[in-house]
Write a protein that binds this ligand. Structure first.
Ligand SMILES: NC(=O)c1ccc[n+]([C@@H]2O[C@H](COP(=O)([O-])OP(=O)(O)OC[C@H]3O[C@@H](n4cnc5c(N)ncnc54)[C@H](O)[C@@H]3O)[C@@H](O)[C@H]2O)c1
Length: 381
């Protein structure tokens, strides 16, 4: 079988989820190409060596540029922190490699635009790793909306709540804590957490046209692990925003790392004239559906769809009805769609141009938080 030879960069959390996807995808999906783990790259040589042994990579690199020159690499899979995405992706496109890039695509719209130009000029297949689109319950929500089951949408609201940075003793910067360093991450919860909710919103409910936002940085100074000095914190610890969608509906979004008790409470709800849909990542095998249209009032109520039947999105590839899959499978499903698209030629979403739209919303949110005014996003879908 034809091979898809992978060079993966960054062997942290996402390096693991992507490596797992590459290892598993051909076990569950009948595809025209077989994913082969050729090279792993990380600036930390020891970590990369151990990672290569765990996941079965053929070789180790510590400079990602080596992968661009390598003739035995077809796909560059970018799992580094945000600051490194743009330079790597542009080099990969110029080298004619296919690209999967973690979200957010980069730290700003200005950084993302040349990435989009580069992949489009090179004509290389590209995908942004907004994996939640491939959680079967969320894909099913899209199907139910497209089938017209909830009718005209009035509201979209979404949360992403965590609690891991409440202590002022948590430092910023460096290997584990680059997310708290604005130079490395670009922003705080807006790019890290809300970007996911924005992508899901664009997927389910279409373009966001304008936003008004409030951000807060609760801990103003933290020790920087790289400089050894206490430095101002430049990221948003929490972000709330109101949105208007092109379809006339209203959006309400909240993300924070200060919601004591929550590790990854990611939820959304869509309310339409004919029904509503509700999702909670902590019970990701369920989609809650309120069917108004076509039901008599004495039996009308919320139903929990256990999204495990063969006819549910992706589920026919896994076990038998009633048995669940998990977080990691959203990455397997995304990779399967990507590999399939190489055979069919049908573009897979979200590609870099689509990722740019999420970046535009993030930037409009951060601009609005500074000025207090409504900001047009300029999103085109
Ligand atoms: N899709 C999702 O749900 C999801 C979840 C978590 C993180 N992410 C995104 O994935 C990316 C990585 O996040 P993470 O949590 O895996 O980070 P991480 O800190 O766990 O791992 C990053 C790895 O990249 C390596 N690295 C840093 N700079 C490098 C360079 N120039 N060349 C090679 N290796 C380099 C580091 O040594 C580290 O091993 C980020 O963009 C993040 O926003 C996405």
């Amino acid at each position: 079988m034809k091979e898809l030879r992978v060079g993966l960069i960054g062997c942290g959390f996402m390096g693991r989820t992507h490596s797992n996807a590459h290892r598993r995808v051909n076990n569950f999906f009948q595809l025209g190409r077989k994913s082969v783990l050729k090279a792993i790259c990380d600036t930390n040589a020891e970590k990369a060596q151990a990672f290569a042994e765990t996941w079965g990579y053929e070789r180790v690199e510590t400079d990602w540029r080596k992968l661009m020159e390598a003739e035995d690499i077809d796909l560059i899979d970018i799992c580094t922190p945000n600051f490194a995405h743009a330079e790597i992706a542009i080099a990969a496109a110029k080298a004619g490699k296919m690209i999967i890039c973690e979200k957010p695509l980069a730290r700003s719209v200005a950084e993302v635009e040349p990435m989009v130009e580069a992949v489009e000029a090179a004509g290389v297949p590209n995908l942004v790793s907004f994996n939640y689109r491939r959680v079967p319950a969320i894909t099913l929500a899209k199907q139910l909306i497209d089938e017209g089951r909830i009718g005209k949408v009035f509201h979209f609201r979404a949360n992403f709540l965590q609690d891991w940075t409440i202590s002022a003793d948590v430092p910023q910067g460096g290997d584990a804590l680059w997310r708290l360093d604005v130079k490395a991450a670009g922003s705080g919860v807006t790019g890290d957490l809300l970007a996911h909710n924005i992508d899901t919103a664009l997927y389910l409910n279409g373009a966001i046209t304008r936003v008004v936002a409030k951000t807060e940085t609760f801990v103003k100074e933290r020790l920087h692990t790289e400089t050894g000095k206490v430095e101002p914190v430049g990221i948003d610890d929490a972000c709330l925003f109101i949105a208007e969608f092109a379809n006339g509906s209203l959006g309400l979004f909240e993300a924070t790392r200060y919601a004591r008790g929550h590790k990854a409470l990611k939820t959304f709800e869509v309310n339409g004239a004919d029904g509503s849909l509700k999702f909670d990542l902590e019970e990701m095998e369920y989609l809650d559906y309120f069917q108004y249209k076509g039901t008599e009032s004495h039996v009308r109520g919320w139903q929990r769809i256990h999204v495990t039947n063969g006819e549910h999105p992706y589920m026919g590839r896994y076990w038998v009805p009633g048995l669940v899959i998990g977080y990691e499978h959203s990455f397997v499903n995304a990779l399967a769609d990507f590999i399939e698209s190489l055979e069919t030629g049908k573009k897979v979403q979200p590609d870099f141009r689509c990722g740019l739209q999420t970046q535009k919303v993030c930037e409009a949110v951060l601009t609005s938080a500074k000025t207090g005014a409504w900001v047009e996003t300029g999103v085109t879908l």
